[in-house]
Design a protein around this ligand. Structure first.
Ligand code: ZN
Length: 203
């Protein structure tokens, strides 16, 4: 199983981190050991500096494919959920400044939180999703997939030119503006189209 992630896919978020607007999807991966599901806690590593939350829509691939055409791409997705792409931000800045890969800042243990899968189909994916992240009672991030620079079909078509997509693979599709650090004791809740989908306690 692969965890594929898209960076800088919401314009306002790209700007808040002073990144240029990309002309092609920015792609990176997380290892399977990054995954935290079933409401389990996130253990904040103490050797990575500040760790930021990034709430994202996650797609699950339902059948194998490569070189998928955009017009067929949505039929390759069978589930959707919210996820948090935890990012060691200062470390990522250091790596970016040196022109090095981001994996250490993005793929560490526990860095991929996953909510509950819900069934989906091309029509629902086309219509899109609104989503928010709360810490405690406070809304920290909110976005809608209509604001994505590259939509689901474009992401799947692009990624599958490089990596064969297999059943069970996941794609984290990028985060809207509002990212910030988490602290021990924080309680994260993610709402997908207004319904609670993800819970995660920071320990
Ligand atoms: Zn992200």
């Amino acid at each position: 199983m692969k965890i594929i992630c898209i960076g800088r896919n919401y314009d306002e978020h790209a700007r808040e981190l002073n990144n240029p607007r990309p002309t092609e999807p920015v792609v990176f991966m997380k290892p399977e050991t990054a995954l935290v599901r079933d409401g389990k806690p996130f253990f904040l590593p103490d050797h990575l500096g500040d760790v930021h939350h990034e709430i994202e829509i996650v797609l699950r691939i339902g059948r194998n494919g490569r070189h998928i055409q955009p017009k067929f791409a949505l039929s390759y997705v069978d589930r959707v959920a919210l996820g948090v792409d935890f990012t060691a931000r200062s470390l990522q800045e250091q790596l970016k400044n040196k022109g090095l890969p981001w994996e250490l800042a993005k793929g560490f243990d526990g860095s991929a939180i996953l909510g509950e899968w819900q069934e989906t189909d091309p029509a629902a994916l086309e219509q899109g999703y609104g989503f928010t992240l709360q810490i405690g009672d406070e809304v920290r991030q909110s976005g809608h997939t209509s604001e994505m620079l590259f939509n689901f079909a474009e992401i799947i078509a692009f990624v599958s030119k490089y990596f064969t997509l297999k059943m069970g693979d996941m794609i984290y599709t990028g985060t809207p503006a509002g990212v910030g650090p988490v602290q021990v004791g924080d309680s994260l809740s993610g709402y997908l189209n207004g319904r609670l989908n993800l819970r995660c306690k920071v320990c």
